[in-house]
Every structure is written in C-alpha cells, then in structure tokens.
Ligand binder design. Structure first.
Ligand code: SME
Length: 160
C-alpha cells in the first residue's frame, strides 16, 4: 500500500479525480475490512480533493449511523427520508444539492456547510451506506463529482 497520495498541483477537478481514483483502488485492493477501507477512502477524498467534510453514514436497522469521516464533528444518527442523506437512502439515488438551505429538511450538522452531494452504495439491492460530501461554498459540486463519486460507490460495493 502507498504511504502517501501523489497528486499534481494546479489540475482541473476532473484531472484530480483521474489521478486520485487509481490510488484509492490501490488503498483498498486486497483489504476486506469495511471500516478500514471506508476510513482510508474518507481520508483520501478529504486530502486529495480538499473537501470541507466527507464521510459515510451506514444503514443500521432503521437509521443511518455516522461511520468513518474526515472534517468537523457531525450528527450521529439520521432517520430514513430525513435530510439529504436520509433522502438518498429512501430514494436509492444520488442527491446533488447546490444550496442546502433550499433542500427541504436539510440537516445542518455545521452552519458552514453550503452545498453537498450524497451518493448511495448497495448490497443485495438495498442501500447499505451513503457517502456524504459537504462544501463550505455554494454550488460546489457538479456532474464531474457525480460521475467519479458514483464510480467510487461501485468500487465500494465490491467489499461490502
Ligand atoms: N447535511 C446532511 C447531514 C449530514 S452532515 O452534513 C455531515 C443531511 O442533510 O443529510
């Protein structure tokens, strides 16, 4: 396993993802432990992409429960259908939110969070976890993030 991420300065977001994703694959390759892999993925995304907050919420019975993350402390439990994360779980679909204040029922773990993207990963055709990425800037996520992060969710499904 590599000891540090190798990333070029001053790249576009798409180039940065293209550099980072193979390194994330290298981090998780051959490691079956779910928490270890999610922890390293959260760190690689935080430091590789410079995200404000990035982490996982795991489906546990009838709630999402906070899992490995990087960033400020966060809400620990989210009900199905509540907030952006609970909606991604209930609908089984990526939620791209340019302005969190305009998302009905958004859960403000941090008042600094302005936009977010939440993506589900599936096990046995059920949502098993969501990846939540928050920005302190409005409208900070787009189709490039969705494309690369959805591809990452498919890699995560391989070890769930
Ligand atoms: N904003 C999320 C809650 C999780 S935190 O942002 C880390 C939501 O509305 O589901």
């Amino acid at each position: 396993m590599a000891e540090e991420l190798i990333l070029t300065d001053n790249t576009t977001k798409a180039q940065r993802y293209a550099e980072l994703m193979p390194q994330i694959e290298g981090l998780i390759m051959g490691e079956p432990d779910v928490v270890a892999n999610l922890a390293n993925i959260a760190s690689a995304l935080k430091f590789g992409m410079g995200f404000f907050w990035v982490g996982f919420y795991l489906v546990k019975e009838d709630e999402l429960v906070l899992g490995p993350f990087q960033g400020p402390i966060a809400c620990t439990r989210i009900r199905k259908g509540k907030g952006v994360c609970g909606t991604a779980w209930a609908e089984g679909k990526t939620q791209l939110v340019p302005n969190v204040e305009e998302f009905p029922g958004h859960i403000a773990c941090s008042s600094d969070s302005k936009s977010e993207v939440v993506l589900p990963a599936f096990k046995d055709n059920e949502v098993a976890l969501v990846l939540d990425v928050d920005s302190d800037q409005l409208d900070d996520f787009d189709a490039v993030d969705v494309e690369h992060l959805e591809a990452l969710m498919r890699k995560i499904e391989a070890f769930l």
